[in-house]
Design a binder for this molecule. Structure first.
Ligand code: F3S
Length: 424
């Protein structure tokens, strides 16, 4: 792999041990994927250090201890506990104290303590053609598809990229991979953000790690709708980039999206396909322990919607409502009186984590000393097919998937309100 003199100096240890380790890891990654050289990145969304995984926080602490610093703007991904308001989630204190150590490590590393899966709502907004890295697939797909940045679906290498400001040139950093592979025609009304979530899940399953190109949206999708669509494309499949001509930079039409004639055959998404996703993620006897909205972590605009739906009302006795968002959006919402409205109605505004990322998860490997005993949950009402899939896989309980509006009605009324009238 061709390295610049600057990168070679890093590899020779002239810029310290942390950078030497990081660039050596990236060279190995690049060699494995046949990269010819490195790109300069402008942003890194990096690993939080997860308290539920054995020694994971220590990994971030060790990097901070040897002097690692972020060379580019960086934000931390979602964590396993709300580090400030953890009591309202029932998280074990030992887990929280360990998670808080990750926050100290990030302060030393110079990364923003965002602890969110939607750092763009918290002010990290990479621009068209900016190379970047991300450990979170929702961030990768949003930044590629909505902002026109260039990112792969990375793992821990995102931390190394942040430390060096470099990343091997392969995958979605190359033009040749940024073109459509599947044509998708939307022939269903999309009336609520969760419909975009269901659409993404349906299409993601069909295209795998392809690049779907969408046409036929009933209206120009907004940012929250695109966010929901990308999150599930990346969950049900391995999608890192989707194209909506006229929205995704720089693709103005189908021809540009496919770099040639568009394929004649298209995947057609109909209302019955969406219904099937809602049905798939609605199981159990209708009983539930928790209603959750805010997956991916809510934007300020979504927080406004929740507050409007809850204003002057009261969550039913015995029902728990979680609204998850980043700490930065939480602060904006607090300043606007939105948090007060949600809390007055009985909702809990939670940051840094989400149901599937918190101590509810049964498929992680917590240190026995943490004393984490995941609660046995019957079901969680959700408005995101991504959250639904991971609740199923990681918490192992039933889900009831519906729209945001109906999820909040469920919390207010105490009985499940399906997205479609005939959905059970
Ligand atoms: Fe974020 Fe958790 Fe959903 S990490 S995308 S809120 S499953």
């Amino acid at each position: 792999m061709k390295l610049s003199s600057y990168e070679r100096a890093m590899l020779d240890g002239e810029q310290g041990e942390a950078r030497r380790i990081a660039i050596a890891g990236l060279v190995q990654l690049g060699d494995a994927f046949g990269a010819e050289d490195m790109v300069e990145i402008g942003y890194a969304h990096i690993h939080a250090g997860m308290a539920l995984y054995l020694h994971d926080v220590e990994l971030m602490e060790e990097l901070a201890a040897i002097g690692a610093k972020m060379a580019v703007p960086a934000s931390a991904n979602i964590a396993n506990a709300d580090m400030a308001n953890w009591r309202q989630t029932g998280a074990p204190e030992t887990l929280v104290r360990l998670q808080q150590r990750a926050e100290v490590a990030h302060q030393k590393l110079g990364s923003a303590c965002s602890f969110t899966c939607t750092p763009y709502w918290a002010g990290h907004w990479p621009t068209w053609n900016m190379h970047m890295t991300s450990i979170e697939s929702t961030v990768t797909v949003f930044c590629n598809s909505v902002l026109g940045a260039r990112s792969n679906r990375d793992g821990f290498f995102a931390v190394y990229a942040g430390i060096t400001g470099r990343y091997p040139r392969f995958g979605y950093h190359l033009d040749v991979n940024r073109r459509g592979t599947h044509r998708v025609r939307v022939e269903t009304p999309l009336e609520t953000v969760s419909d975009y979530s269901a659409l993404g899940f349906h299409v993601g399953r069909l295209v795998g790690d392809g690049v779907p190109v969408f046409e036929g949206f009933p209206h120009r999708p907004g940012l929250d709708e695109l966010d929901a669509l990308g999150a599930t494309l990346a969950t049900a499949g391995g999608v890192a980039l989707f194209i909506v001509p006229g929205i995704t930079p720089p693709f103005a039409d189908l021809g540009q999206a496919f770099a040639g004639p568009a394929p004649h055959d298209a995947i057609v998404a109909r209302r019955t396909d969406l219904e099937a996703i809602y049905d798939q993620f609605t199981t159990g006897d209708g009983g539930f322990d928790l209603v959750h909205v805010g997956c991916p972590h809510a934007s300020f605009e979504e927080m406004k919607i929740y507050a409007r739906l809850l204003d002057g009302k009261q969550v039913r006795d015995g029902v728990e409502l979680w609204v998850t968002t980043s700490r930065q959006v939480r602060q904006m919402a607090a300043d606007a009186g939105i948090v007060r409205t949600i809390e007055r109605a009985g909702g809990k505004v939670i940051s840094d984590t989400c149901p599937m990322s918190c101590h509810f998860a049964r498929t992680t490997s917590p240190d026995p000393a943490l004393g984490v005993e995941p609660p046995r949950l019957r079901a969680i009402v959700v408005d995101s097919a991504k959250q639904a899939k991971y609740v199923r896989d990681m918490i192992g309980c039933d889900t009831l998937l519906t729209s945001t509006e109906r999820a909040i009605e469920t919390a207010l009324g105490g009985a499940f309100r399906p997205r479609f009238g005939d959905q059970r």
